[in-house]
Design a protein around this ligand. Structure first.
Ligand code: SME
Length: 163
């Protein structure tokens, strides 16, 4: 079945994330392949949210984070737990919102255009780490608490699709 992404009509951030979560549910429905759903999820968000220069997954291989499906420029392949914003989100298991990546001492710059970043940890039902969802913007302070809530809700839709 073809999935036709609908134009987002909401003009509030929470409304936009609600619409996007609904679209993600439709897009991922009936499929539980990790790679397929991760790839489609990244493409959906990339085309729906303004001011992004990278969005995608880092998947935990049992030792470190390894880049997975994404949109944007080629990225760093492996990130150790605890390193960079991604490694911190994975280790702390808490969403990291970085308003200015230049002020974050351990930021790993894959693309010099990135100015702000949000990273959501992806925890499976059994408590194990699947990886992280990483979104970068060329605009400083692009992400706030509404993005944190919205991205966490979106990631919950993604995680449910894998059950
Ligand atoms: N900036 C991230 C690395 C991944 S890329 O931005 C795609 C970090 O510090 O973890």
């Amino acid at each position: 079945m073809m999935f036709a992404a609908q134009p987002i009509v909401s003009n509030s951030k929470p409304g936009l994330y609600d619409e996007l979560a609904q679209q993600a549910r439709g897009l991922l429905h009936g499929e539980s392949s990790l790679i397929a759903n991760a790839a489609n999820f990244a493409a959906l968000v990339w085309h729906a949210l303004p001011e992004l220069n990278w969005c995608g997954f880092y998947l935990y291989d049992g030792r470190e984070l390894v880049v997975g499906p994404f949109q944007g420029r080629p990225a760093c392949v492996r990130i150790a737990l605890g390193r960079g914003v991604c490694g911190l989100a994975a280790q702390s298991r808490e969403t990291q919102v970085v308003r200015d990546v230049n002020a974050f001492s351990d930021h790993i710059a894959c693309d010099a255009a990135s100015q702000s970043e949000i990273v959501v940890p992806l925890i499976q039902r059994d408590g194990s780490l699947l990886g992280v969802w990483d979104v970068d913007s060329p605009r400083p302070a692009r992400f706030d608490d509404e993005d944190r809530a919205g991205m966490e809700a979106l990631c919950a839709v993604f995680m449910e699709s894998l059950d």
